[in-house]
Every structure is written in C-alpha cells, then in structure tokens.
Design a protein around this ligand. Sequence first.
Ligand code: KIV
Ligand code: ZN
Length: 545
Amino acid sequence: MDEEVDITKDDYASSDVHSTAAASDTVLIFDTSLRDGEQAAGTSLTSGEKLSIARQLDRLGIDIIEAGFPVSSPGDFEAVQLIAREVRRPIICGLAHCRPAAIDRAWEALQDAARPRIHVFLSASDIQLAHMLKKSRLEALEMAREMVARAKSYTHDVEFSPMDATRAEPDFLYLLLEAVIDAGAVTVNIADTVGYSMVHDFGNLLEGILSDVPNIRQACLSVHCHDDLGLAVANSLEAVRRGARQVECTINGIGERAGNAALEEVVMALHTRRDVFGLRTNVDTTQLYKTSRIVSDLTGFVVQSNKAIVGANAFRHQSGIHQDGMVKESTTYEIMDPRSVGIPASSLVLGKLSGKHAFRERLAELGFSLSDEALAHAFRAFKDLADKKREIADRDLVSLVGEELRQETQVYKLDHVDVSCGDHSLHSAAVRLIGPDGQALEDAALGTGPVDAVYQVINRIIGIPNSLVEFTINANTEGFDAIGEVLIRIESEGRLYTGRGASTDIVVASAKAYMNALNRLIIFHRGAAEQGALYNATQGIHEAA
Ligand code: KIV
Ligand code: ZN
C-alpha cells in the first residue's frame, strides 16, 4: 500500500494555518437522517414526509440538514429542492459524488436555499479506490480537487468527505485533505464509513490530521461514524474531545447497515458531561423526544425500549431499591431530567369538543404543518375518531396525520374494505380501489384469514409481484379502543418498500399499510423510468462513488 503514495506532501504545502475553527466551543450538529438515514434498507420517505422531518429538525436547532443526494433519484432531487425552499434557518446540504453531473444536479436542487451547502465525497482507501473506482491515489486526488472547485463555483459552503477515511493510508489522507481545502472546502469530514475504527485509533487519526494537514485550520473538522461495531457515538465523542467541531449523526441512529451515530446520544453526552467536554451545541434538547417519535413514525423504524435517551424505558425505574432512591432524591439514579429531552408529563390533550384551532396548534407542537386542505381532511378524521374514543392522545394524532400525509402520494387509493371472518368460517374479502384515472376497481377473494383475503384481492387488482417480508401490528396507546398501527415491508426486484397504515379496525389498517407500500413501489418505478440514464435504480450510494 505505502509504495502507492504517488504524490508528495510538498506538492500541496500551504502556509495558512491560522483559522480558529478547532478552537470554537460550539459543536455543530449535522443531521443526515434524510440522506444516510434514508439509505437504511426498507426506508422510502415521500417528499412531504421528508419536509415534515426537516421542519422538526429546524425546531430542534440542527445547524446543518443533509436533505438528500439529488443525483441519485428524482425523489431525492425533489425533496432536497422542496426543503431548500421551505426550511430557511439551517444550512441545507445536498450530497454529490465526484462527477460533474452530480455536483451540477446538487446545485440545481439547492440554489433556492437561504444557506446552501454542497457535500462532495470520494473514496479515500486503497481498497475502495482499487475495487470500486479503479483509480490511483493521484487520479482520485485530482478528481476530488476538481469537483470541490466545481462545487465552489456555485457556493462558498463546500464540504468534502474522504469516504472510508479510517482505512485510508494516513499520509495520503493528509494530502487529500490539504488539496481539497486548497480548492475551497470549508468543512472536511472524516468518515468511518464501515464502522471499523477503535475509539483510541480514531482519536489519534484526528490528532494526526490536526497536526499534519498544514491548512486544516482553514476548515471545520467534522466526523461521520457508522455503528457496525457499536462504537459510532463513542468515536464521535472522542473525535470532539480531540478537536472535531462538527458531528454528522442521525435521529435514533438510523442509517446504512447498523446505522450512524445517534444524534440524541451525542448531544446529551455533550450536554450532560459538560464537565468533560466544556463544549456546547445549538440543539434545543427538549425537542429530542418529539423528533425521535416523528422520525420513528415516518420511517417505520421502531425505537427499542432500552434505547438511550428516547427509548420507552430510558427513564423508567423498575427495581425496588432504585424506586426508593428516586422517591427520596431523583439524582440518586437519574443523570438527566426526562423533561430536558422533552418527555411529556402527560400526553392527553384533545377530545370530542376540541375545535379546529386547538387541533392545528397541537399538531404544530407535534411538528406537523399541513396544507389547509389536508388539515380540513385530518380534522374530519379526528372528529370521527373522537366519536369512537373518549380521549385523543398525541400518539393518536401522530397516527392520524401519518394517514393524511400518506394520502398525498397515493396512486391507487383504498376506498372500501369488507371482510367476513371468524372461527370455522371461510375468510373472504371484497375491496374497492380508486385507480390513477379515478376509475373504481373492485374484486373479491378468499384467504387463510381476513388480512390474507384482503391482500389477495389487492394483488388481483394491481397485479405487481411482490413478497411480504415483515408484518407488525401495534396498539398505539393503552386501552381497548386504541388505534392499531400496521407496519409492513414488501420486497420486489430486490428492493424493500415500507408501508404503514392506522385505523381502529386492524384489518383496515393492514389494507392501508399494504396500499401504502404498493404505492411507494409504483412511485419508485415511475421516477426511475422518468430519470432514465441518470439514475440506475439498483445502484446504492456507495457504489455510485
Ligand atoms: O459513510 C460515508 O462515508 C458517507 C459519506 C457519503 C460521508 O455516508
Ligand atoms: Zn455514511
């Protein structure tokens, strides 16, 4: 490997080492839930859902939102453009690999943003250069320099990530960083792409960069850690301790494979252990819990009960000794106040007599802002629900709005479901869908149970081959009158599509979830067909690099 270093450090020497980026006491939080998080197998958010998440990230005080990878799909392009136009306070970032078309497309999506950032990335390790890019180090360095300069011609705010930096040869990494900073990168992001690094080694790498890249103080040093060995948060915190001032992370730690560093954990560690770090963030920690719920609801990734900070049990004390301590003095067993992360004291808010104003206000507090039409529709659904349930909890509202947002992107709409089921009976279902041109499509079928019968009918009408790989049903609150939430994942041509549906009737919820997944599949294929040569639907982001 070493003899392959085909350039020398002196080629890129720079005398400017006076920036104070690393001396700042603020750690910038860069959220990539909508890009790396969205790459997780089985995620497929619509633009409307991405905008809802971006608005909540704004409320959370995130400094930089990575909204997507515009060249990768028409859906990503549309979402980045929408967020760039609508969310004005944070920096909005679009990812691009080292190809002119990717940089140009990123700028096309971002140009209306109040504060646009182009994030350029390129493999830096020999293993990726040889097997994926088939480029020498020198060729890679020139590509990176040229593409950063191209991005810089569009906007001042350019970030560069050497992908797989933790497996790259350090001397080459230093030269690469120096070259891209010379070309105009104002943030350089050290990616532990495959989650390989040990905490101490990652810290040493950061220290090496700070001492051996001559112009490093002209840029903000950032890190991006994956969780394959469960070390993403630990590595990110160690990097901060050694001088990094931007951390890339995702809500609930979602992301490619085992995911990314969990944003809520990084932020609360910095907040709770200010004695160790002496640093601050711009995050409003009281918004963390709400953000976690919204991301979990919209992505369909359930948060495990024992998850730090936002899990259902994170602040629950079970053992008698612990409970005794808590009654006497909460700090005996609690290092954080649950209110500091926004865990609500009580979530009961609305009922049958609540008006539209209160309904809209509560939705806004929960992070949703609907168009007038969608709000009117959701309010009617709320009134229907209030006739069936005495008390409407926040969870019910989130389910209800989720249904509303999903309606926006339906190609085929579920109009009517009728089932007959029970012990010893034949299970049958009749379903009516409304097709893309408004035509009613009806059929009936038998199945092994009511849900199977409904799915058989839908398959007969829509006729897209797929297989069901996951089906979960949950009550969204306590009580027999709770809304049933169904989450399914279907597979078609090697790709997973998530579907969610909510209703007080679990068969209807199951039908809605299936329709939601099928609609995502149809929309994905339509987009891929429109995009033609630019977009290869089977190519993942890492292959695209
Ligand atoms: O993991 C990774 O290397 C990435 C880059 C695009 C920053 O996601
Ligand atoms: Zn990543």
